[in-house]
Design a binder for this molecule. Structure first.
Ligand SMILES: C[S@@+](CC[C@H](N)C(=O)[O-])C[C@H]1O[C@@H](n2cnc3c(N)ncnc32)[C@H](O)[C@@H]1O
Length: 222
């Protein structure tokens, strides 16, 4: 049985759950109070791909405006920053302020401290609210706020995966922009929902770690 030391705990707004930051022998984990692991510093292949794949598909990534929800361990943010140019701006929306603090502290070294990059903007709050009030603002919106359309952390995140949520995200995109969603599991209903909104959808399956074991799902919609 692995031994974990808890370094911090934070309430998840709108729920009676907590997130905790735990340190193992040579890794860190963010866990839900029900015991499930949300993130681990050793497994981030699909989180990296969530940041890289849409930016690589842009006509002009040099000055792209990217929105990422949420921060987690910062791997998607770091990958997006590596894939855009010096004139780009990458906003990361994170619901839980303590997660931002953990990334400024012990987690930062694992992702290369992307919060220190001058192109990074941090929005502490619900990415859904930011999407609702944005019109034609972003070239990429990359969402990984939960386990996928079947959420683990917060029921109110389900809105992001409804037809209304998809349409709102489309309205927040600039012409030619790309919506990209991460999920631990396949979800045909959500895939069909993206297509019903008139989007062309590409599904990419990416290993969580290395090139074997579990694969996660990334849907790129444009
Ligand atoms: C699975 S982690 C993201 C992992 C991230 N892709 C990475 O590279 O480490 C999910 C994150 O989304 C945050 N979150 C959950 N709901 C959110 C929301 N509605 N708006 C913004 N952030 C949210 C969580 O606090 C958590 O930090």
């Amino acid at each position: 049985m692995r031994h974990w030391t808890m370094l911090g705990e934070a309430p998840i707004p709108g729920t009676d759950q907590f997130l905790s930051l735990c340190r193992g022998k040579d890794d860190f984990s963010i866990k839900l109070s029900r015991g499930q692991e949300l993130m681990n510093t050793r497994k981030h292949g699909s989180e990296d791909a969530l940041g890289t794949l849409p930016c690589q598909r842009l006509k002009d990534p040099s000055s792209a405006k990217v929105l990422i929800g949420g921060l987690g361990m910062g791997f998607t943010l770091a990958a997006a920053l590596r894939s855009v140019g010096p004139g780009a701006e990458v906003t990361v929306a994170e619901l839980i302020p303590e997660v931002v603090e953990w990334n400024r502290g012990p987690l930062g070294e694992f992702s290369g401290r992307p919060l220190d990059d001058p192109r990074t903007r941090v929005h502490i709050g619900d990415v859904a609210q930011l999407i609702r009030k944005s019109r034609a603002c972003f070239d990429v919106i990359a969402l990984d706020v939960d386990n996928g359309p079947e959420g683990l952390t917060r029921d109110s995140n389900n809105w992001l995966y409804t037809l209304t949520g998809i349409v709102a995200a489309q309205a927040a995109l600039r012409p030619g922009g790309i919506l990209v969603y991460w999920s631990a599991c396949p979800d045909q209903d959500f895939f069909d929902g993206l297509r019903r909104c008139g989007l062309m959808v590409e599904e990419v399956r990416v290993y969580a770690h290395g090139n074997k074991g579990a694969r996660h799902f990334i849907w790129l919609a444009s």
